[in-house]
Ligand binder design. Sequence first.
Ligand code: PS7
Ligand code: MN
Ligand code: MN
Ligand code: MN
Ligand code: MN
Ligand code: MN
Length: 342
Amino acid sequence: MQASRAIPADPDLAFCYGILTRVSRSFSIVIQQLGPELRDAVCVFYVVLRGLDTVEDDMSIPIEVKVPILKDFHKTIYDPSWHFSCGVKDYKELMENFRFVSNAFLGLSKGYQDVIAEMTQRMGAGMAKFIESEVETVDDYDEYCHYVAGIVGIGLSRLFHSSGLEALAPDSLSNSMGLFLQKINIVRDYLEDINEIPAPRMFWPREIWGRYAALLEDFKQEENSEKAVQCLNAMVTNGLSHATDCLQYLSAVNDPSNLRFCAIPQIMAIASYAMCYNNIEVFRGVVKIRRGLTAKVFETRSMSDVYEGFYKFSSILASKIDNKDPSAAATQKYIDNIQAAC
Ligand code: PS7
Ligand code: MN
Ligand code: MN
Ligand code: MN
Ligand code: MN
Ligand code: MN
């Protein structure tokens, strides 16, 4: 693992890197190893979106207050005097000191600012739309994940292109990069999200879970374990559908530090898919990747390491397929496609 860099002299950037380190150890490591041309822009992009997500996630904010904040966030980031206190712990600290984020944003080049502002607008509008409507169909699920993660992939690809280091990737592949990460987050966070206080959050599409239960919360009960795991396996299989797009995206990345930045979260994701698959613990508590395994994934350097990782974790997942599971054939098909691409 790479040693973390010195704290930036600029106090605004120093705040952004400090928050980043506290809210996401893994993104902090991969962002800090980016080249100097992209590092600060990607860090600020992360922290801006983390602020937006803190507003989205705070279920104590009344809808009529929350919706305009989400929709206007792309404008308020230009105003260092703007702030809105919400969230808890590190997230509250972020929101209360948001002026540092605005100042760091204003210090980026216009090209980077434009990309970040456009993506913030699109994500905020999408989040607002889903505050008032539920994820019912698989199309809704893809749409929600597009807003909160696919757009991040599209924005990062634009930043890479603006830096002069990379060709512009197709939006559909950038979107898949986000969906592959977001869908395992939604699967893994089942219990955390449904137990959210003061109101539950539900992102699993009814079109999938409705085949296994009358209510999403039924999966919490031990007597529904068999159906719960079948539903989980259908959700994992849905997420796996994006894996070959991710391999295609990664194979076109040119710069080695950009490849590490893009690839490490994807390999952590496929490791999480393998770990969650057929695992009742998803409905009981937090399923976490072992520290040693994480350390190994962070050694990823080249495309051949990426193929090795995808091959290994897809094999682990395949070894857990029970042929009596209703999704077994579909799951196996996606595994075969991944392994054929490696
Ligand atoms: C590399 C082409 C700008 C690096 C990285 C903050 C994580 C938080 O965590 O359930 O359970 O609270 O509320 C594509 C990251 C997608 C997004 C989405 C990869 C910004 C990130 C704000 C594309 C990350 C997917 C909400 C929204 O879920 O999360 C390449 C950088 C990437 C942030 C993530 C998260 C969404 C999220 P949690 P939630
Ligand atoms: Mn400054
Ligand atoms: Mn969140
Ligand atoms: Mn959220
Ligand atoms: Mn989550
Ligand atoms: Mn979470």
